[in-house]
Every structure is written in structure tokens, then in C-alpha cells.
Design a protein. Structure first.
Ligand SMILES: [Zn+2]
Length: 553
């Protein structure tokens, strides 16, 4: 008979199983939630009395930047932040760490688990740098994690998309995900980063513009990768950072990108940054276009979004969108880091600051909130700040309060640039989220969108990743300091104190493909890469604990 751990008496919010605040016992055996024992005489080995407390599955951050070369470059780039921010002191069970907008690896793990988040995905890794990411993940304790590989400017991908060779791309995609031990396919400014690498200040401005030398358009790349992802039945859809991020008038590009999917699954990430009306670089015409875009998302169930909420304050922008990094460094006249990854990707980093006296920044803030409030189905909109681009993941409790408390939201609206009222609908939106809906957009929804069947819920078979909160009228207070955080059946955190260090799992996919395709990919490496084909795949010894998530049948 297993050792049972019983959590008893709490108000359970488990939207995936239709449980909305009912008092319910949870039985845990090992690292899984299980059916209550059928024999009523069976007693648990341990019991946690959660009477009066709120119980949810552990939080899931499906889009953040926490590991890999650009994150590490950003840490090194900003020593001034590290000096003056909170210090993470070593304890008997935890390592020391540094904060600032780009926390060190250990601090990242501790801060996520302290917030009740038990899983996080880094959204942009050049596959050539997969090893670096895995190494940092091994130093990111407490949470399960995975990453998405950059594919939108990969030379092999662009060639196959131009040739319309779906089979070649399908095999390459499956091979690449397996070789990098990645979780999903990411497009970042498809085609645009390649033009940036070729030409001074280069970029694409529309999805039908030609990418020189490759004679392919962003639309072709988006469609080809979306087809490959669906034909491989990957657990997560193609994850799209559209062209023209941050540019006034970019909403038409975003709409065209969603249409280009032609019914294939697609996740539009940090969509706040892609929802702007207005003319070329003219601040006076900048306005919100969430309404028509949200209408389109509402009408098309193949689409999901995460928000990329902007928070006022200083942070660091880091992106696979090379030209965007250059643009931001010019706007802020700040430090700038840029790097190209040979056949695969680009990268840009710049310190930035969102000010509530700025019209543009105030509108960005309002546009993010409009997204939460205008997508009707909470299962298709996910909480994110695109950490650290829009702000830190530590802002999630504050965002929850703004969504659940309309008066509080209106108070903040009074402090931002006054023109926001005329250029966004935020002031007219009266919707308030319920606890059940918060549980959807922070855990149940992202789990479903990621195809993680054993996460984001509390039914039998689920990972025993559980967050227990003390109810409070102020929802920011409630969510910023969970009473208990349980990871894989272990109570890791009690009121902010980490009681035990735990290494989470790596979540990855390894789709099947035609092994005969390796000859062609190997030749491509011989001809073009700085690394041998046989040395490229990440070995099984790179992760201590890995879990392969299976593809659909
Ligand atoms: Zn991002």
C-alpha cells in the first residue's frame, strides 16, 4: 500500500474537472494525485489541514525568458541592477542568488516556486544553444521547465518553406526538437531577423514581403511550420511572435498572420505588443486595436494567446527579434547587445523603462488589460508579462488584482496618461475575473494549450503540483504569498520559506520521423554549419530528470 498524503478541507478550484470552490479532499501518493483509497479504513501517512484555504493546481508560465545565452548575456549586461536589488541569501537548504529584472538561475527557481508557480517554459532558444539552456535549467531548482526552439529564420526551414516541401520540413522539425530536447516550435519575426542579419537596419514590414536570398515570405514560413506542427501532432501548437512587434499600425500584420494559419492551431504570444493602430512612428496616432483582433480570436477556436502585460517600471528587453533590440536601444539610448546565431536566429537586448506618464507606455498597459477582458473564453487567453520584457513574473499577483477588482483597476487608470481613455476601451470594460477564471488563465488553460495532460488540474493522474492560498479581500496579497506550495507531492514552500530544495523535471518532446531524412540534414550541416551533425544533438546525460511528453496519435 502506498504512503498517502491527504490534503483535507480546502476550497478547491480545479476548472479542468469542473470544480469551482467546493470543499474537497485531495489524496496524493508519491508525486501524483490519486483516487481516494476504496478501503475506508486506510489512513494517510501525512495530513495537511487546509480548512478555510484556497487550493489550486500549481501555476504554469508558458512564456518567459529564464535560461540560455540571451538571458545570461542580459544578466552580465546589468550589474548596476544586481547591486541594488533584493539579495537572495544562502540558507541551509538553498543557494544564494541575485535579482534585478533578470534573476540568476537559482533565484529564478526560488521566486517562481515561492509565487506558487511549479512549471515554466523559456520561449526562445536557438537550437544551437540548447546545451547552454539545459545547463542553466539544471541550476534552476524547484520547477519543471522546458523551452521552445527558434525556427522562423532558420535557413533550412526557409528553404523547405520556399520549396513547399512539407515532408522535408516535417522530418527536420521532428529531428530538431528531438536533437535539442525542446518542447515546441517558435517563430520570431519570421524572415525579418534574417533580413536584419543581411542588411543594415534590415527587417520585413509585411507578411508577404520577400526575404532576399531565400525568396520566401513570412507567410510561407508561418504556414509551412504550422502544417508541420499539426501533422506531427505536437502537444503545443506553433508559438508565434509575429512580424512588426511594437510598431504603430502592426495590428493588420497580426490579423493577417492569424488568417494565414487557415485553421491550423496557432498560439499568438505577447499579443499586447502586436495590437497597435496608428501611423508610421507617429506617437499621436497610436491607439488600441484589441477589439477587432479579439473579435477574430473569439470567432476562431484554433487560436490561443498570451498577453505580455506591460508593468510600469524598469526592466530588460531580451528578444530573438534582432531588429527590435536595435530599435529599442535607439529609443532609450541605452546599452545594446546584439548577436546572430549562424544558420538559425538573432538576438537583441536593451534596458528599458515603462513610464505611466508616457502615452505609448500607458496605452501598452491598457491594451494588455483589454486582452484579458475582451477574450470571451478564458481557456484561450493566458497570463504573461513575457518576463522580463513587459515586466517580471513577480507582477502576476498585481495583474490578478487588476482583473478581479474593477475599482482598483480604475484607480490605476486615473494615474496613467489621460489620452488612454480616448484611445482604448479599457475605461468601459466592467468585467471582473472570478477565482475560477484566474485558475484557468494561470494554470488550467496554459496546461491545456501546451498539451500537458497531467498538469494544470487536480484529478487522479495529475502531477501533485498544488498551491494553497490564504483567502484575502486584496487578491494581490492573497496571491503573492501562498500558504503552501507542493511540488511533486513534497511541501517545498511554507509562507515564502523554502523548506527543501528539489530539482524539477525537463519537459520535452521526441517526435517520430523518417530516419532516412538524416542523410540530407547531415549534408546540410557539412556544407553550412560550424558544428558537425553528429555533435549537434544534446545527449541523454544532459538532464538528470527528463520527461518526454508524447505526441498525439
Ligand atoms: Zn518572449
Amino acid at each position: 500500500m502506498p504512503d498517502y498524503f491527504l490534503i483535507t478541507g480546502g476550497y478547491v478550484y480545479d476548472p479542468a474537472n469542473g470544480i469551482d470552490g467546493q470543499v474537497k479532499d485531495l489524496w496524493i501518493a508519491g508525486d501524483k494525485i490519486v483516487e481516494p483509497p476504496s478501503d475506508p479504513t486506510v489512513r494517510p501517512t501525512r495530513t495537511l489541514n487546509a480548512a478555510g484555504l484556497v487550493i489550486m493546481p500549481g501555476g504554469i508560465d508558458m512564456h518567459c525568458h529564464i535560461a540560455g545565452p540571451k538571458v545570461n548575456a542580459a544578466r552580465k549586461m546589468r550589474p548596476e541592477e544586481k547591486r541594488n536589488s533584493e539579495k537572495i541569501m544562502r540558507t541551509a537548504v538553498t543557494h544564494s542568488g541575485t535579482m534585478g529584472s533578470v534573476p540568476s538561475t537559482f533565484a529564478t527557481g526560488y521566486k517562481y516556486i515561492g509565487l506558487g508557480y511549479t512549471t515554466a517554459f523559456d520561449a526562445a532558444v536557438p537550437p544551437l544553444a540548447a546545451r547552454h539552456t539545459h545547463e542553466e535549467f539544471e541550476d534552476t531548482p524547484c520547477i519543471d521547465k522546458g523551452f521552445y526552439v527558434l525556427m522562423g529564420n532558420n535557413h533550412y526551414v526557409m528553404n523547405a518553406a520556399r520549396d513547399g516541401d512539407d515532408e522535408r520540413l516535417r522530418n527536420f522539425t521532428a529531428w530538431l526538437l528531438g536533437a535539442a530536447k525542446a518542447y515546441a516550435c517558435k517563430l520570431v519575426n519570421p524572415g525579418g531577423v534574417e533580413v536584419w542579419k543581411q542588411q543594415p537596419s534590415g527587417n520585413v514590414r509585411a507578411i508577404d514581403e520577400n526575404v532576399e536570398h531565400f525568396n520566401v515570405t513570412p507567410r510561407q514560413v508561418i504556414q509551412a511550420v504550422a502544417r508541420a506542427v499539426d501533422s506531427l501532432k505536437l502537444p503545443h501548437s506553433v508559438h508565434i511572435h509575429a512580424n512588426n512587434l511594437g510598431m504603430p499600425g502592426n495590428w493588420t500584420t497580426t490579423l493577417e498572420t492569424m488568417r494565414a494559419l487557415e485553421g491550423h492551431r496557432g498560439h499568438m504570444t505577447h499579443i499586447q505588443f502586436h495590437s497597435y493602430g496608428g501611423g508610421d512612428a507617429d506617437e499621436n496616432t497610436f491607439n488600441s486595436k484589441v477589439a477587432p483582433l479579439a473579435d477574430y480570436v473569439n470567432a476562431n477556436p484554433n487560436l490561443t494567446v498570451d498577453v505580455g502585460q506591460v508593468m510600469f517600471g524598469k526592466t530588460t528587453s531580451m528578444t530573438g527579434d534582432g531588429p527590435l533590440g536595435y530599435y529599442l536601444a535607439n529609443v532609450y539610448k541605452s546599452k545594446w547587445f546584439s548577436a546572430d546565431t549562424e544558420m538559425e536566429a538573432g538576438c537583441g537586448i536593451a534596458p528599458i523603462e515603462y513610464k505611466n506618464k508616457s502615452l505609448v507606455h500607458s496605452l501598452q498597459w491598457a491594451i494588455g488589460l483589454e486582452w484579458y477582458l475582451l477574450v470571451q473564453d478564458p481557456w484561450r487567453v493566458v497570463m504573461s508579462t513575457d518576463h522580463p520584457n513587459g515586466g517580471s513574473f513577480l507582477a502576476y499577483p498585481h495583474i490578478i488584482r487588476m482583473l478581479m477588482d474593477r475599482t482598483y483597476r480604475e484607480d490605476i487608470l486615473k494615474e496613467v496618461h489621460p489620452a488612454v481613455r480616448g484611445r482604448s476601451q479599457l475605461a468601459d470594460l466592467t468585467r471582473e475575473y472570478s477565482l475560477n477564471e484566474i485558475a484557468i488563465i494561470t494554470r488550467a488553460g496554459p496546461a491545456r494549450i501546451l498539451g500537458l495532460k497531467h498538469k494544470g488540474h487536480l484529478g487522479p493522474g495529475a502531477d501533485a503540483d498544488i498551491t494553497i492560498y490564504t483567502p484575502h479581500e486584496n487578491k494581490e496579497t492573497m496571491f503573492e504569498l501562498p500558504r503552501y506550495v507542493i511540488k511533486a507531492g513534497i511541501i517545498l514552500v511554507e509562507e515564502g520559506d523554502i523548506r527543501e530544495e528539489h530539482m524539477g523535471k525537463l519537459l520535452h518532446v521526441a517526435p517520430d520521423y523518417d530516419r532516412a531524412a538524416e542523410a540530407g540534414i547531415g549534408q546540410w550541416f557539412e556544407d553550412c554549419y560550424s558544428i558537425r551533425f553528429r555533435n549537434y544533438p544534446v545527449g541523454d546525460d544532459y538532464s538528470h530528470v527528463a520527461e518526454e511528453i508524447s505526441c498525439g496519435k
